[in-house]
Design a protein around this ligand. Structure first.
Ligand code: ZN
Ligand code: ZN
Length: 336
């Protein structure tokens, strides 16, 4: 990748919370004016194809990935985000501000766009979902070896309530110098279980789930779609490789086909069953910081926007799911 932005001011900085040990990103390059946070100042959704920048890829930065490689007939295209949360650079400046710790928001922020303006991923065929997964993997492999990159986060927001600022279906990939707190907790939990039991916590859960069957929504020979026992939100859904695998980016061709089928089925059931809800999904996989994460088991988490974080959730981190995961799974199993 070209390093033509070295002289530019980074678009963000990372600040470390001394108490919670969490990193947060503070946008500096595109910081908003305080007034724009007023409720009526929110940006409008761009609903029409003619106004949609993702329908007109010539208005975007040159693609870093395009499939097929044809400006007219492309199905999936990836380009740098116009408003990156992390931006390219050579030097990772870290500094102390009084008792605080700050570093540049160095990294990459890309957008994965599929062709059809209106067709949301839940309506894709499995073949089309696979094209998106191909793009995720290609870009992951490209970014993971870049300087200062320790984690690559792949996620998809669908619907305004889920944080999608554009109607046009798209995913995002953010490569960053730090390991995010959510993943850190997940990694730590998995490592501690491994140290105590000599086996993978996710494999232990999956073994039980596949025997009990009550929280299984769908399975094929490589992947399982399940309502987690301790779901954070109503209809939370996860997709795991059945075999123990720590690194998403090492997924093979035949596995990608099965993953595409599982993701297509899961999204389709959620969207039919809950009548087109807003949702987010993301991949949790091992960091690319050179350390060993063989204990980890990568997976997808799909979170339909079935609730909002209110005072209790924000104040305690405890989330209230308003349906039993067993009932959610039973309901989704029946949706064709
Ligand atoms: Zn569009
Ligand atoms: Zn495992």
């Amino acid at each position: 990748m070209e390093n033509n932005q070295n002289n530019k001011k980074p678009s963000s900085e990372l600040r470390f919370d001394l108490v919670s040990k969490d990193w947060v990103v503070i946008a500096t390059g595109r910081a908003r004016k305080p007034e724009t946070f007023k409720n009526n100042g929110r940006a409008k959704e761009e609903g029409l194809e003619k106004d949609c920048p993702f329908c007109h890829i010539e208005t975007q930065a040159p693609p870093v990935y395009i499939y097929p490689d044809d400006k007219e007939k492309w199905e999936v295209v990836v380009f740098p985000n116009k408003y990156p949360a992390f931006s390219e650079g050579n030097q990772l400046h870290e500094r102390a501000v009084g008792p605080y710790q700050v570093m540049d928001g160095l990294g990459f922020h890309e957008v994965v766009v599929t062709r059809d303006h209106r067709q949301n991923m839940a309506q894709f065929s499995a073949q089309k979902v696979k094209l998106v997964i191909d793009a995720y993997q290609e870009r992951y492999l490209e970014m993971m070896n870049e300087k200062h990159i320790n984690y690559v986060s792949i996620f998809h927001n669908n619907g305004k309530e889920a944080g999608a600022s554009m109607v046009h279906p798209h995913s995002q990939i953010i490569a960053m110098p730090v390991i995010d707190p959510d993943l850190r907790r997940s990694l730590d939990g998995s490592r501690i279980f491994f140290e105590n039991h000599g086996s993978c916590v996710h494999c232990a859960m999956l073994e039980w789930e596949l025997e009990e069957k009550i929280r299984i929504i769908f399975e094929n020979d490589k992947f399982v779609v399940v309502s987690p026992f301790a779901a954070k939100v109503a209809f939370e859904t996860r997709i795991y490789p059945k075999e123990h695998k720590a690194y998403f980016e090492r997924i093979k061709e035949d596995e990608k086909e099965k993953l595409a089928e599982a993701l297509q089925v899961a999204l389709n059931k959620i969207c039919k069953g809950l009548v087109d809800p807003a949702y987010n999904f993301f991949i949790h996989t091992s960091p690319c910081d050179g350390k060993n994460y063989d204990h980890y088991h990568w997976h997808f988490e799909i979170l339909p926007k079935t609730s909002v974080w209110a005072g209790f959730e924000l104040g305690t981190g405890i989330q209230i799911s308003t349906i039993e995961p067993e009932k959610a799974a039973e309901y989704l199993r029946r949706i064709e």
